[in-house]
Design a binder for this molecule. Structure first.
Ligand SMILES: Nc1ncnc2c1ncn2[C@@H]1O[C@H](COP(=O)(O)OP(=O)(O)OP(=O)(O)O)[C@@H](O)[C@H]1O
Ligand SMILES: [Mg+2]
Length: 359
């Protein structure tokens, strides 16, 4: 049996808000603190000596993985948002963290459980609210973008009806065509890239150099473009034109945010074992675009990559949404971290052959 001898330590363990259990190799409980007793609805004495399986009437805990990682490999094992039902039929969602510990020549698993029901509920409510707000913004943006050309088309058609001068009629027809094209372009941009990427091996630094040249064309201000490349990066199989479009979009955003002065840094690195949610990239190329501008407005952060999210006069708010679609088409990931004085966009592209990464 594992026992705490120091009274202060014992009080500390028992008063932790996290449930702490010590299990042996057969997953029998050897130690439980007060929080465990409260969570599982069983007294400490009843918990000790029980196989952990018996304190649930139903659960999604992956004990096999826990045993493989924590016991055999000796690496920490985490399981998030695991749904369980206790024997008194109460349901809960837990985060679990297991670690191997050795005590008196015996190997045990230290299992920490944290109940996260409130967090999950809060996340769901806040996600719903963000989705609702994003949908409203999208509809409002769309309505605005469609109404303008429609107004133009209607006006020109009315003129056309009564206009007898051929030159004026031609002008009206031309206006109608232009506005209809504007609407088509909007719809095309909204739908995103409609062709699958045409991938070929490419040198990422050449792509970035093209971005720098293009972005310098309309850079009359004091913005400095800095490079921090890893020259050892090998060629990567991507659709060069599309990835160039992604980086250019992000660099343009940074230029617009900086307005007249500041710096933008383009960084390239190789990253190993990149995990984002379910996706794991064994080897990835990181392209980081950093600027020292004012940062992303707080109210945009949660829905930044949604379409029509913009706070720019005349901005369509589609740049980042298109960028995300393209990166996803490459099996990659894009994220953003921003605070006043610092904004960084990280684009991860897999080197894996199939580009989808593996679990
Ligand atoms: N580097 C940055 N610094 C501060 N804010 C940024 C930065 N990059 C993006 N943003 C914010 O994110 C919003 C969305 O960017 P996105 O590129 O999707 O659309 P947009 O630039 O507004 O319009 P579009 O690119 O379609 O012309 C921007 O309006 C801006 O407020
Ligand atoms: Mg943009």
């Amino acid at each position: 049996m594992v026992q705490s001898t120091h009274p202060m330590l014992s009080a500390l363990w028992h008063n932790l808000s996290t449930c702490v259990l010590v299990l042996d190799k057969e997953f029998v409980i050897h130690y439980a603190n007060n929080s465990s007793s409260e969570l599982f609805g069983l007294g400490i004495k009843r918990l000790i000596g029980q196989p952990i399986n018996d304190i649930f009437s139903h659960h999604h805990i992956d004990f096999e993985r826990l045993s493989q990682y924590a016991l055999n490999d000796g690496v920490d094992c985490q399981q998030h948002r695991v749904d369980v039902v206790f024997i008194d039929n109460r349901a809960a969602t837990l985060n679990l963290h297991a670690r191997r510990i050795n005590h008196q020549q015996q190997t045990y698993i230290l299992l920490e459980c944290r109940r996260i029901d409130d967090e999950v509920r809060f996340d769901q409510a806040s996600n719903q609210m963000h989705q609702y707000q994003a949908a409203r913004t999208l509809i409002r943006g769309l309505a605005h973008e469609i109404k303008n050309p429609l107004g133009g088309i209607r006006g020109a058609a009315q003129l056309l009806q009564y206009e007898s001068c051929q030159q004026e009629r031609d002008q009206c027809a031309q206006l109608i065509i232009e506005q209809a094209d504007r609407l088509t372009e909007l719809v095309d941009r909204l739908l995103g890239p409609n062709q699958l990427p045409k991938k070929a091996p490419c040198n990422i630094h050449q792509t970035l150099e093209s971005v720098i040249k293009l972005s310098m064309l309309d850079n009359a201000s004091q913005i400095t473009l800095l490079k921090d490349y890893d020259p050892s990066i090998p060629d990567i199989v991507i659709d060069q034109a599309k990835i160039q479009q992604v980086v250019l979009n992000i660099v343009r955003n940074a230029q617009q945010a900086l307005e007249s002065s500041g710096s933008i840094t383009l960084t390239t690195r190789i990253k190993h074992r990149m995990r984002r949610g379910e996706r794991l990239m064994k080897k990835a190329l990181l392209v980081k675009i950093t600027d020292d501008g004012p940062g992303i407005a707080e109210e945009l952060k949660d829905t930044l990559f949604y379409p029509m999210i913009t706070n720019k006069e005349g901005g369509s708010g589609l740049g980042l949404s298109i960028a995300q679609t393209i990166v996803e088409q490459h099996g990659g990931m894009i994220d953003c971290d921003s605070w006043p004085g610092h904004t960084e966009f990280n684009i991860y592209l897999p080197f894996d052959d199939d580009g989808t990464g593996s679990k």
